[in-house]
Structures are given as structure tokens and as C-alpha cells.
Design a protein around this ligand. Sequence first.
Ligand code: NDP
Ligand code: PMR
Length: 383
Amino acid sequence: MKSDFSSSVLRSHKEESRGSRILCSENSFSSFMLNQMQRNNLSAGIRAQTATTTPGVKSSAPDGKKTLRKGNVIVTGASSGLGLATAKALAETGRWNVIMACRDFLKAEKAAKSAGMAKENYQVMHLDLASLDSVRQFVRNFRQSGLPLDVLVCNAAVYFPTAKEPTYTADGFEMSVGVNHLGHFLLARELLEDLKASDYPSRRLIIVGSITGNTNTLAGNIPPKANLGDLRGLAGGLNGLGGSTMIDGGEFDGAKAYKDSKVCNMLTMQEFHRRFHEETGVTFASLYPGCIATTGLFREHVALFRLLFPPFQKYITKGFVSEEEAGKRLAQVVIDPSLTKSGVYWSWNNNSASFENQLSEEASDPEKAQRLWQLSEKLVGLA
Ligand code: NDP
Ligand code: PMR
């Protein structure tokens, strides 16, 4: 039974088209595992992607050789986990100035220092994605810095798996979708202008996605599953004032809200691609960096989960990746000249080689993406 399970999770890690059903409770992690060993009922959702590349523009150095100026990249949520590891990997190249867009200025400064990032390679700017005013203020502050914007990485996220009641952003949206999707949606929409204006050879907008939002994988089939339904809750404002705090209009569920927000992230990337890639040449991408089971994302989870999750991912699913390795992967999506294809959801195999992955049917539904775009525009005051 165990070998069946191990081989099934391995196949799933490669994200072959599949799904499963499982009963789980956050308090009995080992019973998840047993249940999972017994339940495997698979289904599929596959989609092909289109290829495009951006042209190169280089400036001349005094000796006549072509050189590239230092790139400027904004990374949201760079004060810990994946964001910090990515900021560090980019800063260490000496070719990138990392703007760490963080809600806690002091925490970010301390994190950069303890990661050994050299002062000349980063700066911290305040951004609280739980407030649309803060997002707008961040955009103004960034523009005042006079720096061109070459790459934007929407990385920050919150996850409330054990919350019984929803919490809300300053604008009254359920917190997980408010921060992970709506705050980033406004930020990315505003900063697209800046990316367009940059003369950097490859300008990129990257929105971090996840396997758990993709129901064509085993991980995406652990209940509660992501499902945006007909978006009626989002249309109602996600504020709990008479309507629902969940995108699909259902009862509040913190774990589902997070997974829904990741579906929004992946749909948004593709809608950006459809609307703006050809016109702007900007590369739009999303990714699943691997299971970084040690990050602060799980800070709200029960203690038993935090204890067992890293070894479970390391030894059973083999989906575990260190913060350092995950940071290198995301940094690769920022800088690698071979990853300029737009509209792609990147993943990595066990040898850390990147490949274009397939999204679930829902996470690649163009009509849903368009409706999500329109409703999100209304909620953040762009329409
Ligand atoms: P962390 O909790 O370590 O990092 C999340 C970051 O987001 C922190 O820097 C946090 O700031 C910041 N953040 C939270 N709320 C806000 C806000 N309101 N405004 C600005 N910043 C905010 O988690 P991870 O590094 O794991 O997560 C990073 C990304 O990776 C997320 O998009 C997540 O969905 C994705 N991901 C993670 C996986 C994993 O296994 N960990 C797997 C797949 C995807 P602060 O430091 O102040 O708390
Ligand atoms: Mg999952 C190949 C199998 C695989 C992978 C790659 C992940 C990734 N997980 C896998 C399998 C399983 N998980 C199985 C079989 C179980 C039942 C025992 C399981 C359970 C589980 C829980 C309870 N897993 C979780 C949770 C969480 O609370 C995490 C979550 O959903 O956060 C939203 C999580 C995750 N598993 C992953 C990844 C990457 C996560 C977390 C982060 C994320 O998607 O951002």
C-alpha cells in the first residue's frame, strides 16, 4: 500500500493529469496520510500554451562592449520565506536592485541584513497589500524614487487554515483573497505602465501560484478544494455584509479561501498575458516553486501540522524544497533569458529543471479569467 502511495505522490509531484479524494482534518495529520493511501480517484484537465519572446535592448559601455544596466525588481512579501530567498538570490548576482515591498519595514531591513544582502543591492519600501490606499501610496513612492521598473514579483500571501471567522482588509474584503489577489491585482495593474516604460530587454510580471489551487494534481485534491464557482461572492464584494466572504458564495473556509486566491493569481497572470503581452512585450508568468514547508505561511496552522508537514513533504511526497532552492527557482523566472515565454506556469522536476506545467481546467478557464478581471477591477476602483 505504501509503495502505491509513494509512487502516486511522485506522479502527482510531476503533475501528471490527475486528482484524488481524501478525508482530512487539520488535527490528525497521520490519518490524512492513511486515508490518502486508500483513496485515489483521478481526473484530468490539460491545456497547451503559446510561445513568444521579448526583444533585447542593450546600452553601450565606454569600451564599446554591450552591457546591461542593473535591473530593478520589486518583490512583495520579501521579509521572509520565498520572497526573502528570492531577494537574496537576485541581490547576490550584483546585477539587480531589489525593492523589497513589505508591510513591516523593520522586519524586512533585519531580514535583509541577516541574509547578508549588501546595502547597494536592495531597498525596503512599505507596502501593505491589505489596504488599497497603501498600494496606491506604494506606487506613488516607487515612482518618486525615479527608478525604472523592470520586473514585478507578486509573492506575498497569507493563509488562515484554522480561522473560524473571516478577517478583513482595510477595504472590507476577506483577508486571504484581499491580500493575495485583490491587493496584487491593483498593484500589478498600476505598475504595468511602469513596466511598459522600461527599456530593459526582458520585462516581466510574475505572480506566484501554487499546486494546491490546481485540481489536476493530487495536492490540489486535498479538501477543501479550490473552486471559484460562478464568482457570486466576489461579485457581492466579499465583505460579509449580507453576501458571502467566499468567492463562490459559500460558507467561510480559510484554507479554501487561500487556494481560491491562488487560482485567482494564476487566472490573472493569463488574463494579463491575453490582454497585454502582444501590445507591451512584457512577459507574464506564474509558478509553483515546490513545497517550501518551513516558511511562515503555515504560522497559523496547528502545532502538529507544523511539526509533521516538513518531514511529510521531504520523505513521503518528495515535494519538499528548501527556501534557498525555491528562491533560486523564482529568481530564475525573473532573470533567466530562456524563460521569456509569456503566459506560462512554471514548475521544476526533482532535478530542479524548469518545465512548463499545465493548469487545472478552472485555473486556465479564459471566461472565468475575464469575469474575475472585470469584478476585481470594480472592487479595487479601476472600473
Ligand atoms: P511567508 O509567510 O514566509 O511569506 C509571505 C510574505 O508575505 C511575508 O513576507 C509577509 O510579511 C508578506 N505579507 C503578508 N501579508 C502582507 C500584506 N498585507 N502586505 C504585504 N506583505 C504581506 O510565506 P511563503 O514564503 O511560503 O509564501 C510566499 C509565496 O509562495 C506565497 O504567494 C505563497 O502562496 C507561495 N507558495 C508557497 C508555498 C509553500 O510551500 N510555502 C508553496 C506554493 C506557493 P511578514 O513577513 O510581515 O509576515
Ligand atoms: Mg499537501 C505530491 C503530493 C503533495 C504535494 C506536492 C503537496 C504540496 N501536498 C501533497 C500531498 C498531500 N498533502 C497529501 C497526500 C495530504 C494528505 C495527507 C496533504 C495534506 C496537506 C495539508 C493539510 N497539504 C497541505 C496542507 C496544507 O495546509 C497546505 C496547504 O494546502 O496550504 C494551502 C498543504 C500543501 N501541500 C502542498 C503544498 C505546496 C502545500 C502548501 C502551500 C501552498 O499551496 O501554497
